[in-house]
Design a protein around this ligand. Sequence first.
Ligand SMILES: [Zn+2]
Ligand SMILES: [Zn+2]
Length: 314
Amino acid sequence: MYKLLLLIIGFTTVHSSFSQPQKVAKPTKVVLLGTGTPTADPERSGPSLAIIVNNTSYVVDCGPGVVRRAGAAAAKYGIPSLKPAGLMHLFITHLHSDHTIGYPDFILTPAVLRRNGPLEVYGPKGVQSMTDYLLKAYKEDIDIRLSGLEQGKPTGYKVNVHEIKEGVIYKDSNIVVTAFNVHHGSWPQAFGYRFKTSDKTIVISGDCTYDDNLIKYAMNCDILVHEVYSEEGFAKLPAAEQAYHSVFHTSTKQLAEVANKVKPKLLVLTHQLLFGSNKERVLQEIKSRYNGEVVYGNDLDVFETPITNNNIEK
Ligand SMILES: [Zn+2]
Ligand SMILES: [Zn+2]
């Protein structure tokens, strides 16, 4: 049985300068909404996770199933900001379909369910165009809902898109969000994100191969959520698939190297590409080279501080 987790994080730094987030009333939470890949695994929704700070949610990526997984997490853990109407901030790592098929869901379902809006979306070049096309695709639906007896709220359907570059891309009293470039094969832009709150620094890799830039931005973070593929599974793939995955994704061996440099307090594996291998092998491949805490992420896992290490799955 997989449980909540976690580690003892012994720092209590409170930042007070203007540019730093205010002290949080509750510990920051990381909620895995989807840990899957393009594989249509019913146990793993498409890539998405949420950072929860002071009753506000900040969601990264929107794979298939995102709104329903957010609703499940809201109910399971009592997190109102993960109810559909609370989904106001979205950060997209890159435009691969497995990370964005839930985007129309993220725009429309909360709008139907009375989100006040507007939705603020941050991501690479192309997000504006994707948004425009989606709103056009659903124009008939939106018109009916806004103009008829349903009396939908126009602001709930409004989407403010911010096409970003590396650097600090968002800041409020809870959080400072920094985007950084990662190498994900032939994508011209793919981002990782660093979320800094008053009690925690969380880094999300997005999809990428081994990347020194990620190491730079993730250095000494509290939680590193990183994609991974099985080295054992990879070795059995045809050469063409190896050529593809080796420039788009990160092997267990490479991730152990990343983790040994970054030294996160907790490493969470997500977007696991097994290629016929399994969870135990993936963990073993990492742990044979890396001694820190590592967790094989599952949908609806939650990580928070202060953390106890009683139920970290070894
Ligand atoms: Zn992906
Ligand atoms: Zn991708």
